[in-house]
Design a binder for this molecule. Structure first.
Ligand code: CP
Length: 300
């Protein structure tokens, strides 16, 4: 997609595609939709959902959002498509564009897969390799804003497999721009030196506003990482003991799927401070807001 560089801001590929103003207007619009706001319906447009990696939340909340906007939805199945005959992602997108798809929602294991696309259709990145996951990040921001009424000044600690997390990368990018303080807790093997300060878990519990637990992404490990579930839970998991040290107003987030008993004690998933299921609900409204914006910005 190199030749469409001037048009990058009309897609949603990474969080740096959005200005601070655009981030806040997406949050406001998603909250308005959650309160019963009327979705801007478009039954003349076609959206194709291309998921080359597993997904429950992102795929189906995009699908619900698309259906609420009355968009025509093509749920592409990689396993029964001509990808299995050797067709590339770029040719798949060109093919679906040729038959009338206007917008693509794509998840792919390759970092920045979108750079290889040659299309005038609009791309919403639903996760690229170890790159970014902008719609997850926006629903995370919505959840923080809904809870605290602000982003600026929040103390956010992201815990877990930072190196392999597109959620950590997207959130770090935008939270720091919006004036939040972001720190990380992780074992040495999951460290990403391009991101911010790594701190000791038990030193930060009393001061944190948002504790964002991440899934351990075994599918991105090369088998060299030595990993013991019990040891990880003891050192980097949210245990009841750690939960009890959090301040009253603190919230717990997790992009899910959750490995109960590994990154978080199973009972804490439904605890008072947990916003994990609220994040999923918010995700559908945020994805409606994203689709509305892509349609409007591109005069579709
Ligand atoms: N959080 C998230 O991206 O979940 P899925 O992999 O189920 O889409």
């Amino acid at each position: 997609m190199e030749k469409k560089e001037d048009n990058m801001n009309k897609n949603l590929l990474k969080m740096s595609d959005l200005s601070e103003k655009e981030v806040y207007s997406l949050i406001e619009r998603a909250l308005e939709l959650k309160k019963g706001g009327y979705p801007k319906k478009r039954d003349d447009l076609f959206v194709a959902n291309l998921f080359f990696e597993n997904s429950t939340r992102t795929k189906h909340s995009f699908e619900v959002a698309e259906k609420k906007l009355k968009l025509n939805v093509i749920n592409f199945s990689a396993s029964s498509s001509s990808i299995n005959k050797g067709e590339s992602l770029a040719d798949t997108v060109k093919t679906l564009e040729s038959i009338g798809c206007d917008i693509f929602v794509i998840r792919h294991s390759e970092d920045e897969y979108y750079k290889n696309l040659d299309t005038n259709a609009k791309i919403i990145n639903a996760g690229d390799g170890r790159g970014e996951h902008p719609s997850q990040c926006l629903l995370d921001l919505m959840t923080m804003y809904e809870n605290f009424g602000k982003i600026k000044g929040l103390k956010v600690v992201i815990v877990g497999d930072i190196k392999n997390s597109r959620v950590a990368r997207s959130n770090y990018n935008v939270l720091t721009r919006l004036g939040a303080e972001v720190k990380f807790v992780c074992p040495e093997i999951f460290k990403d030196t391009t991101l911010g300060e790594v701190v000791n878990f038990d030193d930060i519990l009393e001061n944190v506003d948002v504790l964002m637990m991440l899934r351990v992404q075994h599918e991105r490990h090369d088998g060299k990482e030595k990993f013991d579930k019990e040891e990880y839970h003891k050192n980097f998991g949210l245990t009841k003991e750690r939960y009890n040290k959090l301040k009253k107003e603190a919230i717990i987030m997790h992009p899910a799927p959750v490995n109960r008993g590994v990154e978080i004690d199973s009972e804490l998933v439904e605890s008072e401070k947990s916003k994990i299921f609220t994040q999923m609900t918010n995700g559908m409204y945020m994805r409606e807001a994203i689709l509305e914006k892509i349609i409007k910005d591109n005069n579709l």
